[in-house]
Design a protein around this ligand. Structure first.
Ligand code: GDP
Ligand code: MN
Length: 398
């Protein structure tokens, strides 16, 4: 689960991380008052979307102006003007995809004078199964680009969970970032606080790009924060779960999560409804083998009810890219006749604009096939996985 920058900063502040004062606004009418509560003389007006690269992003609409999603302002009025221009408009960055994301929230922050921009991240390293620090002097830019062109400028190391965070970890980061004097102590403390936040809140990633050194004081400050959490741990973090912004999520994936369906939208033309993740993967593979592309991964689970099957159908058919549907269910614990009834009920409720191939196998399979055959609906029955895949690809591609 992802949260917005302003939410991440509020959370990190509770862990003692240095962040600027700021106000989040949902309406342009509130922007001026919000900016007025900050000291100035510099304000930063930042589009809040669940994607990075906002500064270099571009708005689709001309009304939003030429600038990107992170804008400097030198008066309260100018800050309010930027907020008004960006709210409701579509920001495209290298992380949003070409369709971009609508900006529904703006964060107005007290501006900082920057001496240096650094890069810092904590993440779960799958190779070591440990929390890793990643840092680089090349802050403020695309870290993927730094990794590709100058990998020697990135330091990464993991923390042994048996001893947890130790001051030497922080010093390692400090020296890699070229910090000196009082900054080293600050860094050791900040890294410890960030590590504690990461572990206590079950984060998956915590990226601070840039972590800055302030002009004049040379203190450290968290200037941007991108945080994602382990979705499976949200049951024990009610405070974090509350921060979820559903408008940032794919509506189909959101509906699926509400009905406990494992659904991931893809770019292809064949909608798949399958039970079991392994069978779902195999179904996607075989669709590709016969020359088409799956429109989604969907695992309705072992105990799919009629209601769940109907919901799954609704989600699949709401995708305009879907030109055909393949239902591939193995009735193990579930009986094929129950599944067949669910499919028929779903088709009757949702309607069917595209070809539908159903392959059933397992308990009560004959009964299930009869139910489909006698339904009077235009459903193509398939005998096995190969047959099902061939039939749906033929129905879609001709
Ligand atoms: P991102 O583009 O989505 O990663 O958004 P960031 O929050 O990282 O902002 C992008 C860039 O805007 C930063 O790398 C900075 O160069 C600049 N920026 C952000 N906040 C400030 C600020 O308070 N003062 C100044 N001078 N620049 C800022
Ligand atoms: Mn950034």
């Amino acid at each position: 689960m992802n949260i917005h920058e302003y939410q991440a900063k509020a959370l990190l502040r509770t862990y003692g991380a240095p962040v600027s004062d700021g106000r989040a606004v949902l309406n342009a009418a509130d922007a001026k008052a919000a900016a007025g509560e900050l000291d100035g003389p510099l304000w930063v007006v930042k589009a809040q979307i669940h994607a990075g690269g906002r500064g270099k992003g571009k708005f689709v609409e001309a009304e939003a102006g030429e600038k990107g999603g992170v804008r400097l302002a030198f008066s309260v009025e100018e800050a309010a003007q930027h907020a008004k221009q960006m709210l409701g408009q579509t920001l495209v960055t290298h992380q949003t995809g070409p369709a971009g994301k609508q900006v529904n929230r703006i964060y107005i922050e007290d501006g900082s004078d920057i001496e240096t921009e650094l890069y810092l991240a904590l993440l779960v390293d799958r190779q070591t199964s440990r929390v890793s620090f990643v840092c680089s002097t090349e802050g403020g830019m695309d870290i993927e680009e730094v990794a590709a062109n100058t990998p020697e400028k990135i330091l990464s190391f993991s923390v042994d969970p048996a001893c947890g965070y130790q001051a030497f970890h922080g010093r390692r980061v400090a020296f890699a970032l070229g910090l000196k004097g009082a900054q080293v102590k600050q860094c050791v403390q900040l890294m410890g606080n960030l590590y504690r936040a990461f572990v206590e809140k079950d984060m998956e990633m915590l990226e601070i790009n840039p972590l800055i050194v302030l002009e004049k004081t040379l203190d450290l400050k968290v200037l941007d924060a991108k945080v994602s959490f382990d979705g499976n741990a949200m049951y024990r973090h009610a405070d974090i779960a509350e921060l979820r912004d559903e408008t940032e999520e794919d509506p189909k994936e959101l509906a699926a999560s509400k009905h406990d369906l494992n659904y991931i939208a893809l770019d292809g033309e064949i909608g798949c409804m399958v039970n079991g993740a392994g069978l779902a993967m195999a179904t996607m593979d075989i669709i590709k083998l016969y020359g088409a592309e799956p429109a989604n991964f969907l695992d309705v689970g072992g105990g799919a009810t009629k209601e769940k099957v109907t919901e799954a159908f609704k989600i699949i058919t709401s995708d305009p890219n879907v030109k055909g549907i393949l239902v591939n269910i193995f009735g193990g614990i579930m009986r094929c006749d129950v599944i067949a009834e669910g499919v028929i009920a779903a088709v009757k409720e949702v309607g069917l604009q595209v070809p539908l191939v159903v392959r059933l196998e397992g308990t009560n399979v004959e009964l299930g096939k009869d139910i489909i055959k006698n339904s009077g609906l235009n459903v193509i029955a398939a005998d096995d996985l190969k047959d099902g895949a061939q039939k749906i690809v033929k129905a879609v591609k001709g």
